[in-house]
Design a binder for this molecule. Structure first.
Ligand SMILES: Cc1cc2nc3c(=O)[nH]c(=O)nc-3n(C[C@H](O)[C@H](O)[C@H](O)COP(=O)(O)OP(=O)(O)OC[C@H]3O[C@@H](n4cnc5c(N)ncnc54)[C@H](O)[C@@H]3O)c2cc1C
Length: 402
């Protein structure tokens, strides 16, 4: 077996792993970024919606996304459109973006290993992780590292092998077609809610260019046993709701994926080990979006790991600044968003029709803060006490928990 030594081993070449590896390298440590697929983002498992302010902060180039400035919602008997002056949301070209992030990690000095599948962990006599074993074709490689960052997404391979975590029990399953459309309002997204679209989740149309879009269905497990792929084909075949306005649809590519939905239930730091991105459950539970958290907290994980190595102490306490930083940034927002999610999961079709009438009362900025789960305390108090519409005040009082 080949043996390779690095300061840090990052498992998973998604947005969390690439961002972590880049920060490790930029902070002067050696790092291996290990991805099991033949290429970065060979398989797309996400719809790629995110926010232009975050994209700009991360330095992602403009040709990696399609801007969105109209936000449309429909329920069985209602529809609302919230229109903004400038585009603040975006649908990413997922392959281009993820490959950009990985190549930036490589340019910073990370060594990238593709087609390399991590299957085992190495442990010292105290049970602490000292690296991983991976298979690349016929070759077995032992990667020794002082810190291992588990950025393997939903699978959480490292943390699971170490016995630190079990398979997620509450999660979202999504099925989606990238399609070519005859007609498309390409700066307008659709979220479709109600039993017919998804009994515990939502369906979507996210434009990716002037004549391409992702049409998908997400279903919460174990809340519903609906198969999202079956439901998606039914919606497209029957041209339900706004899908009929797309005219002829040609399916180009199928995407399928899983995303944890247990709020922030996991411990994310152990001796020599950090969990980040989906592996840590870092997603906005309202719409189950996690890309911006994966990038942002991947960077924090990489920086904290490099600091710990420089200080020659990589135990749990030394790595804890990572968990403290990300929890301080999003814990209370995620907890508020979980309350909204719990409300949404239980809505009947008639209640969804009414919920859309509340959403319609929000300005574009209020709506974006809401859907992004950007529930800062002062903003929430303002909406709960001063919003001109009582139904909006009631909604935000519920989010605040009063
Ligand atoms: C259907 C669906 C739609 C979504 N839509 C959105 C959206 O619109 N916006 C948004 O922000 N988020 C969305 N998400 C969530 C988003 O995709 C994740 O939060 C994000 O990808 C997390 O990034 P990550 O780097 O943690 O994990 P991933 O992107 O899952 O990357 C993990 C990587 O690890 C690799 N890996 C796994 N096991 C091993 C192994 N044993 N050895 C080596 N490598 C391994 C995988 O191949 C993968 O490349 C969606 C998720 C799903 C399922």
């Amino acid at each position: 077996m080949d043996k390779l030594d690095f300061d840090v081993i990052v498992v998973g070449g998604g947005p969390a792993g690439s961002s972590a590896a880049r920060m490790v390298a930029e902070n002067g440590c050696t790092v291996a970024l290990i991805e099991k697929e033949k290429e970065i983002a060979e398989t797309v498992r996400t719809s790629g919606v995110t926010w232009i302010s975050d994209i700009k902060k991360f330095g992602i180039p403009e040709d990696c996304y399609n801007p969105i400035k109209k936000f449309s919602f429909c329920s069985p008997k209602n529809a609302v459109v919230i229109e903004d002056q400038v585009a603040k949301a975006a649908v990413l070209d997922v392959r281009k973006t993820y490959r950009f992030l990985a190549s930036r990690a490589e340019s910073s000095g990370s060594q990238v290993f593709v087609s390399t599948n991590v299957s085992e962990v190495l442990q010292d006599s105290n049970g602490n992780c000292t690296g991983v074993i991976a298979k690349s074709g016929e070759r077995q490689i032992q990667f020794n590292g002082k810190v291992v960052i588990d950025a393997s997404g939903f699978a959480s391979v490292v943390a699971k092998e170490l016995g630190y975590v079990k398979q997620w029990k509450k999660f979202g399953v999504g099925a989606e077609f990238e399609v070519k459309t005859e007609k498309l309002e390409y700066d307008n997204w659709w979220l479709m809610v109600g039993q017919e679209y998804s009994p515990a989740g939502y369906a979507w149309i996210f434009p990716t260019s002037k004549n391409t879009a992702r049409i998908g269905v997400g279903v919460g497990k174990p809340d519903s046993d609906v198969d999202p792929t079956v439901r998606l084909n039914e919606l497209i075949d029957n041209k339900k709701g706004p899908i009929k306005d797309l005219g002829e649809i040609e399916k180009i590519e199928f995407h399928y994926g899983l995303i944890p939905n247990e709020g922030l239930s996991r411990k994310t730091v152990y001796n020599n080990v950090i969990l980040v991105g989906d592996s840590a459950g870092q997603a906005n539970p309202l719409v189950l979006e996690g890309i911006r958290y994966a990038i942002r907290f991947g960077e924090v994980a990489g920086r904290v790991a490099a600091d710990a190595i420089r200080n020659d102490n990589v135990n749990e306490t030394a790595l804890m600044p990572y968990e403290k930083e990300w929890k301080k940034a999003i814990e209370s927002k995620i907890n508020s968003a979980v309350k909204v999610q719990n409300r949404w999961v239980g809505l009947s079709d008639e209640e969804w029709d009414k919920e859309l009438s509340i959403i319609e009362e929000l300005t574009a900025d209020e709506f974006l803060d809401f859907i992004r789960a950007d529930f800062g305390v002062s903003k929430m108090v303002k909406l709960a006490t001063h919003h001109p519409k009582m139904i909006v005040r009631q909604l935000f009082n519920m989010v605040k928990g009063t």
